[in-house]
Write a protein that binds this ligand. Structure first.
Ligand SMILES: Nc1ncnc2c1ncn2[C@@H]1O[C@H](COP(=O)(O)OP(=O)(O)O)[C@@H](O)[C@H]1O
Ligand SMILES: [Mg+2]
Length: 294
């Protein structure tokens, strides 16, 4: 049964009410540093309530058709992480121009070279193993905020178009090496403070096999062309229960279904940062980070 027209219009209007927290606004008077342990603002839900998620000990997958709003959505956790002087940012961007705006805030920035991407993932894996050895030696299970003082900062690894590295460039062996590394980071990284955020415009089972998808605590499905590709992002069965990103209108850029561990998918509209705002935030974050380096 379809909703009455006035309700649909109202819902749509609410979705378009973009609320950006002061800390992520150009006009914020004196931006202080954020923390990666704090909730991250992503946008608003259908009731105009802010939607915020905590990334610590979690990974996030964003997927949907080209132009659906993934890179804009990605700017929100990346912006928050950039302003969080208690984490490191490793950015992987085959196109250079999406995450490139945050380059000055990144400890590592990896462009289109697949060998570079593999080396960076191996370095991250080695760091993860080092942390597990130390945790084990200290009879502890996971990194906590207090560990920053001992050099254990959370690392946020962000991939804009993970399929570029895992399915497009290089040789089959290189692509497989990359995919195995990413899977290991997503599977084992959380307790070691390694947070993976990956976006892809190819919501298909070869790019996001079920076993990998299930490791992402947050799944954000932007517009997909079919119910089955929406289910590949969110999980099998959601489309038949009425939650399908194929129902998002093509003109509804930035609208997506967000599934957080254990919950139901929520229809949300991502906050929007213009390029000017991103540059202003990146400059500010770079200055904050320079100040925080001992
Ligand atoms: N939350 C949003 N609010 C307003 N416009 C948006 C929003 N998200 C995306 N858009 C528009 O859609 C365009 C494509 O978004 P983008 O994130 O680049 O798509 P994708 O990465 O999925 O290909 C953007 O350039 C912007 O104009
Ligand atoms: Mg994009």
């Amino acid at each position: 049964m379809s909703e009455p027209t006035h309700l649909r219009v109202l819902l749509r209007d609410w979705l378009y009410a973009i609320r950006t927290p002061a800390a992520l606004c150009d006009e914020a008077p004196e931006p202080s540093a954020l923390s990666i342990w704090d909730p991250i603002h992503l946008g608003v839900d259908e009731h105009s309530h802010p939607v915020r998620v905590t990334l610590a000990y979690r990974n996030m997958l964003l997927a949907g058709e080209p132009g659906a709003g993934k890179s804009v959505g990605l700017n929100l956790p990346v912006g928050h992480a950039a302003l969080s002087t208690d984490c490191d940012l490793w950015l992987f961007d085959g196109k250079l121009v999406e995450l490139g705006l945050w380059r000055t805030c990144a400890e590592r920035f990896i462009g289109p070279d697949l060998d570079d991407a593999i080396t960076a993932c191996q370095d991250l894996q080695a760091e993860m193993d080092r942390r597990y050895d130390l945790l084990d030696a200290q009879r502890r299970r996971k990194i906590t905020p207090g560990d920053a003082a001992h050099g254990f900062r959370p690392v946020v690894g962000v991939f804009d178009e993970v399929a570029y590295y895992s399915a497009t460039v290089g040789t089959k062996t290189q692509r497989e090496t990359f995919s195995v590394l990413v899977r290991d980071l997503v599977a084992r990284g959380r307790a070691a403070g390694i947070i993976v955020i990956a976006a892809t415009q190819r919501p298909s089972s070869d790019i996001i096999p079920t076993s990998l998808r299930d490791l992402f605590g947050y799944r954000w499905a932007f517009r997909c062309t079919t119910d089955s590709s929406s289910d590949i992002v969110l999980g099998a069965g959601w489309a038949t229960r009425g939650h399908t990103a194929a129902a998002i209108a093509p003109e509804d850029k930035g609208v997506g279904l967000l599934l957080a561990e254990g919950g139901e998918p929520r229809r949300i509209k991502s906050a929007y940062l213009s390029d000017e705002q991103v540059y202003a935030l990146a400059d500010r974050a770079a200055a904050l980070r320079a100040g925080s380096t001992p």
